[in-house]
Design a protein around this ligand. Structure first.
Ligand SMILES: *Cc1c(COP(=O)(O)O)cnc(C)c1O
Length: 338
């Protein structure tokens, strides 16, 4: 199967499976798992934070961050189409008892001016604004500039507000900006990134921040049932994700550019090049999307749907240049059948 739906579909590599087999493990609730400790140390170093915590999913990482940064009744600033606001089942309202101040984004990036307007002043009627959540790379495929992140960081600091980065695809953003992940994460107090997306680990994300932040986050992880035992079996592929798989993300970005150029060559497809910063291609089509998807499935090609008239095609470790050519050939055949 050539699966374009998401980079979450990546299977662990053979090296990862072997590392899982060989992993040194211990009870991580007792902080005895040496593999997880090594992973957390490396993750902290790479993000420029003092400490890090392995969590089962990105959603849990984000939610623990919100629980740790806020108090019941606070308000958090989130982008209109951010993952935290849109795709986490409204968890912040339930788990942290906070409300959302939803602000407009410009192509996925938070706009410093909008953020400034969203901050509550001193008034008996207002909730306290305690956290601003940024997202980079954004789920729309767009990478925010360091300048805009810095501007928001400065606004937050001026008002004594915490900042969190949903960096599920932090390493993709770093590749696009040609900077280290640390240079991006320096504009927020905490950062979450996924090992399980383009980095091909089977399970897991990292939450990183200050020593006291992670100390408190560890307790919330336990509260949510995310304290795990011999979890070094997941730490071992996580280490390979960071040491090896980060080096090859640029290939996915190049493949996405290649796929976009090829698709745009068809009259029936219109690629959104403005959102093509990382490994995701958003494309409009005049064709019947369900019919195309059904046909492709018979050719062992899985296409992902997306909002409105857009399709989203994601390049990752399990998709080669040749797979893309196979897909393009299949489109030619499909169009000839008309
Ligand atoms: C995937 C994703 C998450 C959540 O990760 P899960 O591991 O699927 O819970 C959070 N934020 C963004 C932007 C994502 O793309």
């Amino acid at each position: 199967m050539i699966d374009f739906r998401s980079d979450t579909v990546t299977k662990p590599t053979d090296a990862m499976r072997k590392a899982m087999f060989d992993a040194a493990v211990g009870d991580d609730v007792y902080e005895d798992d040496l593999t997880i400790k090594e992973l957390e140390r490396l993750a902290a170093t790479l993000t420029g934070k003092v400490a890090a915590l392995f969590v089962p999913s990105g959603t849990m990482g984000n939610q623990i961050a919100i629980m740790t940064h806020t108090e019941r009744g606070d308000e958090i600033i989130v982008g209109k189409s951010s993952h935290i606001k849109t795709y986490e089942v409204g968890a912040a309202a339930v788990l942290s008892n906070v409300s959302y101040q939803v602000v407009n984004e410009i192509r996925g990036a938070l706009d410093p001016e909008e953020v400034q307007k969203g901050i509550r002043g001193e008034d008996i009627h207002y909730p306290r604004t305690s956290l601003i959540c940024m997202e980079n790379a954004h789920g729309s495929g767009v990478v925010s500039s360091l300048e805009s992140m810095q501007a928001i960081h400065d606004i937050a600091k001026k008002h004594g507000i915490h900042t969190h980065l949903d960096g599920a695809r932090l390493f993709n953003a770093a590749v696009h900006l040609n900077v280290t992940p640390q240079e991006i994460a320096r504009y927020t107090d905490s950062v979450m990134f996924c090992l399980s997306k383009g980095l091909s680990s089977p399970i897991g994300s990292i939450l990183a921040g200050s020593k006291t932040f992670i100390h408190r986050a560890r307790k919330y992880r336990k509260m949510l049932g995310g304290g795990m035992r011999q979890v070094g079996v997941l730490g071992a592929p996580g280490l390979l994700a960071l040491k090896e798989m980060t080096k090859r993300l640029c290939i996915d970005h190049e493949n996405a550019q290649y796929l976009a150029q090829k698709l745009d060559g068809f009259k029936a497809f219109d690629v959104d090049f403005d959102s093509l910063d990382i490994n995701m291609v958003f494309v409009k089509t005049s064709l019947d999307r369900d019919d195309v998807a059904q046909y492709m499935k018979k050719q062992h090609i899985i296409l992902g749907g997306y909002k409105d008239e857009y399709m989203r095609l994601v390049c990752h470790n399990d998709i080669t240049r040749r797979d893309i050519d196979t897909f393009i050939e299949a489109i030619h055949t499909y169009l000839r059948m008309d």
